[in-house]
Design a protein around this ligand. Structure first.
Ligand code: DDH
Length: 288
C-alpha cells in the first residue's frame, strides 16, 4: 500500500504475533548455543535495555534501543549481549517496520513464554533514538554488592522490595560466562525453563564461597555445579527480601503471577505510550 511505502505502516496485533512466531521459530532452530537456547540471553537483553531507567529524570528505559551504540553497548554490564542483538537482526530484516526497542522487548516476552514461563502482556510504541540518548554507565546492578545496592538501583527505577525479589527470579534462567561478567556457571539445574527453582535453591542448598581465582561467588556444597552471586545471596541475608524468597519458593503460581506483572512494568518504564494498558497483546505460545 502507499502507507507502507511511505513508512507509516500500521502494524496490527496479528503482525506482532508474526514477529513473535518468527523469534520462537529461530529459538528452536538455533539451539546450538549455551545450554541449547538463546532464550536466556534474549531475556537479559530486554532487561538491560529497560533497566537503565531513572524515574527522577525520566531518562533511559527500553524506549530508544540505545544499546546499539558504542558507549552503551560497551558498558561492562552489557558484555555478551551482542549475541542477542545479532540473533534478532534477521527478524528486524524480515519485519523492518518494527523498532529495535519494540523488537528487543518483544523478544524478551517471547523467550519467557517459550521457556514455559507466564504470559507477559506487551504493547508496542517504542521508538528508536540516536546516540545522544545513551545512558551513563553504572545504572545496572553490580553483582559484587549487597542489599543496599539492590535497593538503590531498583528503587531508582521505581520498584519496591517485593518487585525486586520477583525480578531476581529471572536467574532461574541462563548462566554466567567468564568472558562476559567474569563469573561462571548457571544458577539452576534447568537454565532454559522458567521456574521458581532459583528461590528453592537459595533456601535449600548449602552455599559456600567458590575457591578459584575469579570474582567472589558462591557455589552449592552438594554438587558444586551451581552458582549464586553476592547480590543473589543478599536476598536471603536481608529479612525483608527473604520473606518474598520464601513466598516464591513455596508457591510457583504466586511467583509466575508476580513475575509477569513486574516484567510488564520493567519493559514499559519510561515509554511514552499512546495506547492504553488494556491494549496490551497476550501472545499465543507456540505448540510443540
Ligand atoms: Fe542478571 N546477571 N542480574 N538479571 N541475568 C547475569 C545473567 C543474567 C545481575 C547480574 C548478572 C537480573 C538481575 C541481576 C538475567 C536476568 C536478570 C550475569 C551473568 C550477571 C553477572 C552475565 C554473563 O556473564 O553472561 C545482578 C547483579 C542483578 C541484580 O538484581 C542485582 C534481572 C532483574 C533480570 C531479569 O531478566 C528481570 C538473565 C536471564 C541472565 C542469563 C544471561 C545468559 O546469557 O544466560
Amino acid at each position: 500500500s502507499s502507507d507502507e511505502t511511505q513508512g507509516i505502516f500500521k502494524a496490527t496485533k496479528e503482525d506482532y504475533q508474526k514477529v513473535y512466531d518468527e523469534i520462537a521459530r529461530l529459538l528452536v532452530d538455533k539451539d546450538d548455543y549455551d545450554d541449547g537456547s538463546y532464550g536466556p540471553v534474549l531475556v537479559r537483553l530486554a532487561w538491560h535495555a529497560s533497566g537503565t531507567y531513572d524515574a527522577a529524570t525520566n531518562t533511559g528505559g527500553s524506549n530508544g534501543a540505545t544499546m546499539r551504540f558504542a558507549p552503551e553497548g560497551d558498558h561492562g554490564a552489557n558484555a555478551g549481549l551482542k549475541h542477542a542483538r545479532d540473533f534478532l537482526e534477521p527478524v528486524k530484516e524480515k519485519f523492518p517496520w518494527i523498532s529495535y526497542s519494540d523488537l528487543w522487548t518483544l523478544a524478551g516476552v517471547c523467550a519467557i513464554q517459550e521457556m514455559q514461563g507466564p504470559i507477559i502482556p506487551w504493547r508496542p510504541g517504542r521508538q528508536d533514538r540516536d546516540v545522544a540518548f545513551c545512558t551513563p554507565d553504572g545504572r545496572l546492578p553490580d553483582a559484587s554488592k549487597d542489599q543496599n545496592h539492590i535497593r538503590a538501583i531498583f528503587g531508582r527505577m521505581g520498584f519496591d522490595d517485593r518487585e525486586m525479589v520477583a525480578l531476581s527470579g529471572a536467574h532461574s534462567l541462563g548462566r554466567c560466562h567468564t568472558d562476559r561478567s567474569g563469573y561462571d556457571g548457571p544458577w539452576a539445574f534447568s537454565p532454559t525453563v522458567v521456574t521458581n527453582e532459583y528461590f528453592r535453591l537459595l533456601l535449600d542448598e548449602k552455599w559456600g564461597w567458590k575457591k578459584w581465582n575469579g570474582p567472589a561467588q558462591y557455589e552449592d556444597q552438594s554438587t558444586k555445579s551451581l552458582m549464586m552471586l553476592p547480590t543473589d545471596m543478599a536476598l536471603i541475608k536481608d529479612k525483608e527480601f527473604k520473606k518474598h524468597v520464601e513466598r516464591y519458593a513455596k508457591d510457583s503460581q504466586v511467583f509466575f503471577k508476580e513475575f509477569s506483572d513486574v516484567i510488564v512494568k520493567l519493559l514499559e518504564l519510561g515509554v511514552p505510550f499512546e495506547s492504553k494498558p488494556e491494549d496490551r497483546i497476550s501472545f499465543k505460545v507456540s505448540d510443540d
